[in-house]
Design a protein around this ligand. Structure first.
Ligand SMILES: [Zn+2]
Length: 106
């Protein structure tokens, strides 16, 4: 296998892993539990009770590290699938928004 092929395979595996996790938390097809958005690229795992950034730091990275971690830990409770927009809305409502962003709204 040449380099391009193995990069391609790696990417496919990453997408596969992501959709597996999403499917587990939201059903088939994977979708945002708030608005129903189902384009995989827009979806992400949300920590229901917040504190996501801290957790991701603790397990040593974001994105695909989190997906592997969830799989390895047998899909623990406390996570849900949200699209980027709903993540943002939720963060806004929970006041998890960083002070800099808040300032921009004022
Ligand atoms: Zn959504």
């Amino acid at each position: 296998m040449n380099r391009d092929e193995s990069l391609h395979k790696e990417k496919l595996e990453r997408i596969e892993r992501k959709s597996d996790v999403m499917r587990h938390y939201s059903g088939e097809p994977p979708h945002c539990v708030m608005c129903g958005e189902s384009r995989l690229i827009c979806l992400s795992i949300d920590h229901v009770n917040g504190g996501g950034t801290k957790h991701i730091k603790k397990i040593g990275g974001g994105g695909s590290t989190l997906y592997s971690w969830l799989r390895k830990n047998n899909y623990p409770k406390g996570f849900q699938v949200l699209c980027m927009n709903c993540q943002f809305v939720k963060r806004e409502m929970n006041q998890e928004v960083r002070p800099r962003l808040l300032k921009e709204y004022e």
